[in-house]
Design a protein around this ligand. Structure first.
Ligand SMILES: [Zn+2]
Length: 167
């Protein structure tokens, strides 16, 4: 079981990021910690919600292709934002809030950064993830008082005992 993160799924290239289920939880944890810190616009908030709710109801099936993201005509800035989230995560932003030590997270992030950098977005005509130019429901952006993360649909991921190691 695991999840694969791709750029142009048809390629099935060696650069794909393949993570175990546990590795996927870590990947989304560190991206959510970084993303909640830097997101400002509706598009950016929607992207971070994808991470905040990632691998919650769809364990083992939460990999996605970068082509599935609802890029708009403003894709250069949108891709730059995704890279900024990755770079912020690479500074270990918020990792002191994790109850575990993520020894492989930096490697996942570095490999994903390569994938994103090489990817050329195309504006989506009918994006299956919706129109990210529209602001998310305010309730989704309510922050966990303990971890300062978006609650999203599934609640703060760092408060979720099914994802986090218990003391
Ligand atoms: Zn929390």
């Amino acid at each position: 079981m695991g999840n694969t993160f791709t750029a142009n799924a048809a390629s099935g290239g060696p650069g794909d990021l393949r993570l175990s289920n546990g590795g996927t939880d870590v990947f989304f944890d560190v991206l959510t910690l970084a993303g909640c810190h830097v997101a400002e616009t509706p598009w950016q908030q929607n992207l971070v919600l994808l991470f905040a709710d990632g691998h919650r109801y769809d364990r083992g099936f939460s990999g996605f292709d970068l082509g599935d993201i609802p890029w708009t005509a403003d894709w250069p800035a949108e891709r730059a934002f995704l890279l900024r989230v990755i770079d912020t995560a690479l500074t270990r932003h918020g990792w002191h809030r994790l109850r575990y030590d993520p020894p492989y997270a930096a490697e996942y992030l570095a490999r994903y950064r390569e994938l994103v950098t090489a990817f050329m977005p195309a504006p989506a005509v009918a994006p299956k993830l919706g129109d990210w130019r529209l602001a998310p429901a305010p309730a989704l952006l309510t922050r966990c008082p303990e971890h300062d993360l978006y609650q999203g649909e599934a609640g703060c991921r760092l408060c979720d005992p099914s994802l986090q190691p218990v003391d």
